[in-house]
Ligand binder design. Structure first.
Ligand SMILES: C[C@H]1O[C@@H](n2cnc3c(N)ncnc32)[C@H](O)[C@@H]1O
Ligand SMILES: [Zn+2]
Length: 439
């Protein structure tokens, strides 16, 4: 019997780590020991053993920008310009969302993320108490934020403040260390200065994260400079949004001084290359400038309506290729660094305690199939993982010392697929009925 979703003491034997055979012992949700031949020392302490058979051991991946329940909108609206896509298709459909939709959409998203080696994610959406149900049942870690959109009116701002405080209280009441809270000011074009200030102050008072979209398009930059006389990052900084607890998604159009500012504030930039390419944002994140400025760069998928999946293996490859292609420099963002931005830097930004394979770190780890086609030949498993493998090469996932997937099995998968399919069908039907009534 596999003890799914329950903390256990686990001995993993014969994994490949840093090109060497290694064992790893996990207990109390933490990595206790890593090394060749530690099995004799820990054999009697382990409740469960996994024979890794050479599978590649990696830190669990961290998706630093998602709207998980948008998995229900996968394929609903593609091939459009960002603002038209949001205002004509996505927001009118989202107006019909209810808590059950968010529950099923987040269940589906968690299933997809676990299947592709992700253990933690940073999520901004609505009805987030129901997202919390889904995350908890899946056994993952998540930082949850209510998408705060006041559209520059005081009435909406009051409602968003209430929703944010309610979510914070709800998460505290669950008393689950794997669930954390962030304020979620959507973007500078949807949130007033008063709203931004409130989100910044509330997060700082509560030592919470801040999750925001930043500098996704040229339009956002042009409008910000026209309306405020300063660049988007400077605008957010004016209202206290750029902190070391902040994750800013996209960051495509940051200029050098904005990269310096993120570096100074230690604000993490979440790179979402697939979404940027699909929505044709027109520019890749200034990866080297951010890195040189000391700003942590991490990786995210964005929602399933603009990606259209949650596979961070694909995202690592796209990130590496996009940097190489746009800079003309094939040495930029090498494979090991792509894995680093998909795991360690994200774990640090979300303060999960994981992201590194060493004693004392959270037992958030994955095993990638040694016998997958993408690992043949086995010259360089790190290269294979970034440039050849997809998330379906992941065999096992452990989060907080609990097994979430073993040999690609996750309990309840069929019921999740059925529940999500039904929720998506009903959501679109409600929107279609509205369209019929309007015409
Ligand atoms: C939280 C809110 O963010 C919206 N959303 C989803 N994808 C993007 C994007 N690339 N840029 C801006 N907003 C986005 C969701 O549709 C939701 O309305
Ligand atoms: Zn987004």
């Amino acid at each position: 019997m596999i003890p799914y979703n329950k903390r256990t003491s686990i001995l993993i034997k014969g994994a490949t780590h840093n090109c060497r055979k290694t064992d790893i012992f996990i207990d109390d949700g933490k990595i206790q020991a890593v090394g060749e031949g530690i099995r004799s020392e820990f054999k009697s302490s382990a409740d469960f053993e996994i024979d890794a058979g050479g599978d590649v051991l990696l830190p669990g991946l961290v998706n630093t920008h998602t709207h998980a329940a948008m998995s229900l909108l996968r394929g609903y609206a593609d091939d459009m310009i960002l603002f038209e896509w949001l205002s004509q298709k996505i927001w009118p459909l989202e107006a019909h969302l209810n808590g059950d939709d968010v529950y099923w959409g987040t269940r589906l998203a968690c299933l997809e993320m676990i299947k592709s080696g992700t253990v933690a994610f940073n999520d901004m959406y609505f009805f987030m108490d129901r997202a919390a149900d889904a995350v908890e049942e899946a056994g993952m870690r998540a930082c949850l934020s209510h998408g705060f959109i006041d559209l520059f009116t005081e009435e909406k701002r009051e409602a968003e403040i209430k929703a944010t405080i309610n979510l914070h209280n709800h998460i505290k009441s669950r008393n689950n260390p794997k669930l954390t809270f962030a304020t979620g000011p959507h973007a500078l074009y949807t949130v007033s200065p008063e709203g931004l200030t409130w989100c910044a102050e509330y997060a700082t008072e509560n030592d919470a994260g801040i999750h925001i979209h930043l500098s996704e398009t040229q339009q956002e930059v042009d409008d910000c400079v026209k309306n405020n006389g300063i660049t988007p990052a400077a605008h957010l900084d004016k209202y206290g949004i750029l902190t070391e607890r902040t994750v800013a998604a996209h960051c495509c159009y940051l200029d050098d001084s904005e990269c310096e500012l993120l570096g100074k504030r230690k604000t993490a930039a979440s790179h979402n290359p697939a979404s940027n390419m699909k929505l044709a944002g027109g520019r890749a994140i200034p990866y080297s400038a951010l890195k040189n400025a000391g700003a942590p760069v991490c990786l995210g998928t964005d929602g399933c309506a603009s990606n259209n999946n949650l596979d961070l293996f694909e995202e690592m490859k796209i990130a590496a290729l996009l940097q190489k292609f746009t800079t003309g420099d094939p040495t930029i963002l090498p494979a090991a660094e792509a894995i680093d931005i998909a795991s360690r830097t994200g774990a640090e930004a979300l303060r999960t305690g994981g992201g590194t394979i060493a004693p004392g770190f959270a037992a958030d780890i994955i095993l990638v199939d040694r016998n997958a086609i993408c690992q043949a030949p086995f010259h360089n498993p790190i290269s294979n993982i970034v440039y050849a493998c997809g998330g379906n090469a992941v065999r096992s996932v452990i989060c907080d010392g609990a097994i979430l997937m073993h040999d690609r099995e996750i309990p309840g998968e069929d019921a999740i697929l059925a529940g999500a399919e039904a929720a998506a069908t009903s959501l679109v039907a409600r929107r279609e009925e509205e369209i019929r009534n309007q015409s």
